[in-house]
Every structure is written in structure tokens, then in C-alpha cells.
Design a protein around this ligand. Structure first.
Ligand SMILES: [Fe+2]
Length: 247
């Protein structure tokens, strides 16, 4: 059976570390999400910029791919995105920020986690994620799986949902007809596979390589830690399972 998420018995982050993580200011930190892919860059533009202020065409890069976004393409993708927000009743505008942690903070988290050596040797990235509003269905590029830990005590406001795609042969890494990877699918092509209110103070294995979304009707800030791996959620599960880390 495919793993979408699974709670896991790992030590809680101590209160004083949680406190300092929550105090990291969002200002002065360039959103690293901006660097990841064209879809994320466009999503940020949809929520933060007035289209009349954008000088088209915009040239965006995604790894080694450079794409030209004309006003026409922008409007088409914006419409697709807004339709999905509407169809899935997800709060808009949504904001998503990723902040790379300082070496010191990263070490404090790894120390309290005491992960098996096999996982430490994979040199997981650790990011602080801050989001406001919901997230429409998508897959993540920059991590196949992660250990997720919610730092804000408002889990009852957010439901994380995973989906199967109707087209089993979909290749998440294929470029679309516009020459880049757009991984926000039509919600009509998705079948609900799992959903959960990920709880405050609990570690979860999170499958980032299946379509997933976050539903909320609130504008509360949701802050979490993401310890990120390039192995599948199944592989992550197996390594932790060997270590007897399941409830
Ligand atoms: Fe995601």
C-alpha cells in the first residue's frame, strides 16, 4: 500500500527551539520558493503582483530551462489556477515562504531528532515553511519525501489531502506544452487518496511526490518544519521502521 503520510515516533522539538523558530522574521529573507520552479514563481506573482504592473514578456528559469511567459500565457495559467482555487474552495490569496535555516538551527533540530545514520548520511535539507491560506493540488519538485512537524497550535484549521491521478501514466517530471513543468493538475482528474489534519507537535512522514493540497477556510499562519529527502516516502518509512520508530 502506498504511503501518503504516517505519524512517527520521533522526539518533539523542545519548546525553546520552537519559540526561536517562530521568532524568525519573514522579512529580510528572500523566499527561496522563488528559485524552485516556474509554477511556484508564477503562483507567487498571482498572489502578490498587480498584473498591470508586470512587464511582459517575463523570462523565467527552472533549473536549466528558460521560458518566456507572455501576457496571454500568464492569463491562461492564472485562470487555470483561479478555477482550481474556486473548485476546491481553497482560501485565496495564499502565500508560501520557505526559509533555509541557519546551520546552528539545523543542527539543533537534527540533534533532537537523533535520526538513524542512514538518514543523516543523506544530508537532509531543513526548511521552515510558512503559509497563509490554502494550497491547491500540486507536487513538490525539491523533495520526494520529508519529515513534517507543525509548529503552530492550529492544526484543526488545516486539512492536508493527497490524491491519485486518473491518468496512471502521468510523469510528474515531463515538461508541458509550454516547455516547463506545471504540476497543478485539473482537480477533476484527481481521486482522493488520503486526508489528515496533521497535528501540532507530531512528526509525520510526508509524501511530497504525490499530488497534495492544503484546505483551510482560515487566514491563520501555518508554520512547519520540513526535513527533506530525495528518497521516496516508502524508503523513508522502511529506514525508520528498521529503527523501530513507529507507534
Ligand atoms: Fe507541497
Amino acid at each position: 500500500m502506498k504511503i501518503y503520510f504516517s505519524s512517527i515516533s520521533l522526539p518533539c522539538i523542545p519548546d525553546e527551539v520552537v519559540k526561536s523558530l517562530l521568532e524568525i522574521p519573514l522579512v529580510n529573507h528572500e523566499s527561496t520558493a522563488n528559485r524552485y520552479n516556474v509554477m511556484t514563481k508564477l503562483m507567487q506573482m498571482f498572489s502578490t503582483l498587480d498584473v498591470e504592473e508586470i512587464n511582459f514578456p517575463i523570462i523565467l528559469t527552472e533549473h536549466d530551462v528558460t521560458v518566456t511567459i507572455t501576457r496571454e500565457i500568464y492569463d491562461m495559467l492564472h485562470k487555470k489556477c483561479m478555477d482550481t482555487y474556486r473548485k476546491t474552495s481553497t482560501v485565496y490569496p495564499s502565500r508560501y515562504y520557505r526559509i533555509n535555516l541557519s546551520e546552528h538551527m539545523r543542527n539543533s533540530i537534527l540533534e533532537c531528532l537523533s535520526l538513524p545514520e542512514k538518514l543523516i548520511s543523506l544530508e537532509p535539507r531543513i526548511a521552515l515553511q510558512v503559509s497563509v491560506g490554502g494550497l491547491i493540488p500540486h507536487v513538490d519538485f525539491n523533495r520526494k519525501s520529508s519529515l513534517f512537524y507543525l509548529l503552530t497550535d492550529n492544526h484543526h484549521l488545516f486539512t492536508t489531502t493527497w490524491y491519485k491521478h486518473k491518468n496512471k501514466n502521468v510523469n510528474l517530471l515531463d515538461p508541458n506544452e509550454l516547455g516547463f513543468r506545471w504540476v497543478a493538475p485539473d482537480p477533476d482528474d484527481l481521486i482522493l487518496a488520503a486526508e489528515q489534519q496533521l497535528k501540532y507537535g507530531v512528526w509525520y512522514i510526508f509524501n511530497n511526490h504525490e499530488y497534495h493540497s492544503v484546505f483551510t477556510t482560515s487566514n491563520d499562519k501555518r508554520v512547519s518544519i520540513s526535513v527533506e529527502f530525495d528518497i521516496t516516502a516508502q524508503e523513508l518509512f522502511e529506514i525508520l521502521n528498521e529503527n523501530g520508530q513507529f507507534k
